[in-house]
Design a protein around this ligand. Structure first.
Ligand code: SF4
Ligand code: FES
Length: 544
């Protein structure tokens, strides 16, 4: 494997790679602004310049110093190179670039949202000169609303053009451009346009300083108060890897987590801003049961006992009298426990997948990123697990048709929701009729006042589990925040129901243990959450 030496450290690489990329892959920091592995290379910011010695084949392979500093982001690595990023000449360049970038940069870190995760702040501390020699007045630039989610603070911009290249190369929408020249140069949207595409929020992540900021997150939290939990997109079949950033049980923002196989460095605005339902005022927060024709609150013990009593009564009427509708918003582990409960009570129980929301068609952007039309994270995983119980797994329409048939023997139905908005098909309440219905859901819907027993569940951010994406990639995630008060994770609810029905002993939910019970791919092929450093892809923010 070819190897180069950076500041005395041997760094191996394969294929064709730039020196900066080899350094980052090997955990060596070289400061960089304009370089991003998902974008074309422009080598415009000049902070990554370094002294390079290269073996000369015409001089018996002896190392020769290239007489000028070279941009490491744009210079291909070649076997035997020696790179100096801490030599006096390289350090003098780093200091000069930082001084130049800060000449007109406002000193507004205390009120800037980027403070705490700003490359300019961090590099100023590590590579800057510590004091300004600039006596003149700084040039002031305007703050602009450039799109529904993004605000541009022009005078913080360092003209790295990452944002412009993103809209040109990845989203293909080209709303942003560079206008003006010299110190008056600025980023802006083209006249009459707005930064309004399905991937617009990514420019905020790409911006290495506080120039492009997220309007949704603006002034809500200082970033150093936030904790990050690795998770998976809960809203589409794409399986995008995300960070949930939260503080004291409240989610504040969702950001992409680099994953070469799933989403690379990007997520859609739909995923970025679609988490609000987690803190909705419409969350179900109390088990309820029907008493005569009224719904009354009850405790979990009573609700579980009532649910298992009704399910047992139905099972006592013969085989095929219980049906379960497993939402494609649920995890593989929860689908398994639902199947186990239904088939444990009734060996012929009908297994169905709940409604699969879709919008339009899959859309692939010029940069290769695809937005899935299927707006649920785990149809494939739920179907895969239910098929493991044997027999046919039907879809929601087939279940509705069965229920609508007067000769249908189904007497009890376990219905699961967990969708981010009202999801109940118009025909469902009527098709369920007077049957015994156990509803496990997160938000109030048309069904929550009609079911016989209502058990409040947890959103994906509040529990652990596994989703299977549209490319059959099984990805596990962990709980980021505590469960909404009064609710319980579905996995725990189902274990409690299994115990209440006498089908297993009481147990605490453990996603890993359930995956082992399921076996097959779920026991061995699940991608456990990795952090960026493990994946060698942490280009956006270098931890200091
Ligand atoms: S707005 Fe941010 S990403 Fe765009 S050029 Fe300026 S510094 Fe770079
Ligand atoms: S010139 Fe290399 S990162 Fe900007």
């Amino acid at each position: 494997m070819p190897t180069i030496t950076i500041d005395g450290k041997p760094c191996s690489y394969d294929g064709k790679k730039m020196i900066l990329q080899v350094a980052l892959d090997n955990g060596v920091e070289i400061p960089h602004y304009c370089y991003h592995p998902g974008l074309s290379i422009v080598a415009s910011c000049r902070i990554c310049l370094a002294e390079i010695e290269q073996p000369n084949p015409r001089n018996e392979g002896k190392l020769e110093l290239i007489p000028k500093l070279m941009p490491t982001c744009q210079t291909p690595a070649s076997d035997g190179m020696v790179i100096h990023t801490k030599s006096p000449k390289t350090i003098a360049n780093q200091k000069a670039v930082m001084e130049y970038l800060l000449i007109n940069h406002p000193l507004d870190c205390p009120v800037c949202d980027q403070a705490g995760e700003c490359h300019l702040q961090d590099y100023s501390y590590r590579y800057g000169r510590g004091e300004s020699r600039f006596q003149e007045a700084k040039i002031k630039q305007p703050v602009k609303d450039v799109g529904p989610y993004v605000k541009l603070y022009s005078d913080r911009c360092i003209m790295c053009t990452r944002c412009v290249r993103f809209t040109k190369e990845v989203s293909g929408t080209s709303e942003l451009g560079v206008f003006g020249r010299g110190s008056r140069e600025q980023i802006d949207v083209f006249p009459g346009q707005s930064l309004d595409n399905e991937l617009s929020g990514n420019v905020v992540d790409l911006c290495p300083v506080g120039a492009l900021l997220d309007k949704d997150f603006l002034f809500t939290q200082r970033v150093w108060f936030l904790s990050k939990t690795a998770s998976i997109d809960p809203l589409t079949a794409g399986g995008d890897n995300i960070w949930i950033e939260h503080n004291e049980g409240q989610i504040y923002r969702v950001k992409p987590r680099t994953c070469a196989e799933a989403n690379k460095w990007w997520i859609t605005d739909e995923t970025r801003y679609g988490w609000k339902f987690v803190h909705s005022e419409d969350r179900l927060a109390q088990p309820r049961r029907q008493q005569l024709s009224d719904m009354i609150d009850c405790d979990w013990k009573r609700a579980c006992a009532e649910a298992t009593r009704g399910l047992r009564d139905a099972a006592g009427k013969g085989a095929g009298t219980i049906a379960v509708m497993v939402s494609p918003m649920l995890t593989c582990e929860e689908a398994y426990l639902l199947g186990k409960l239904a088939r444990g009570l009734d060996s012929q129980a009908v297994l169905a997948v709940g409604p699969v929301p879709t919008r339009g068609e899959d859309k692939t952007f010029p940069g290769g990123y695809t937005i899935c039309a299927e707006k649920c994270p785990n149809r494939r995983g739920v179907t895969r697990v239910l098929q493991g119980f044997g027999g046919e797994v039907i879809d929601c329409d087939a279940l509705l048709a069965k229920l609508a048939d007067k000769a249908c023997p189904i007497a009890a139905v376990i219905v699961t929701g967990n969708y981010p908005a009202n999801w109940v098909p118009d025909a469902l309440p009527k098709a369920l009729g007077k049957r015994f219905v156990v509803l496990i859901d997160t938000l109030k819907t048309a069904l929550s006042d009609k079911a016989t027993v209502v058990l409040p569940g947890a959103t994906w951010a509040e529990k652990s589990g596994t989703f299977e994406n549209h490319k059959n990639r099984l990805q596990a995630f962990n709980a980021a925040i505590p469960v909404h008060e009064g609710a319980r994770p579905e996995g725990q609810i189902l274990l409690d129901l299994l115990a209440s029905a006498g089908l297993s002993s009481p147990a605490a939910f453990d996603a890993q243990a359930i995956r082992q019970q399921i076996g097959g791919a779920l026991a061995g092929e699940v991608q456990l959450p990795k952090d960026d450093a493990e994946m060698g892809l942490d280009m956006q923010y270098v931890e200091l």
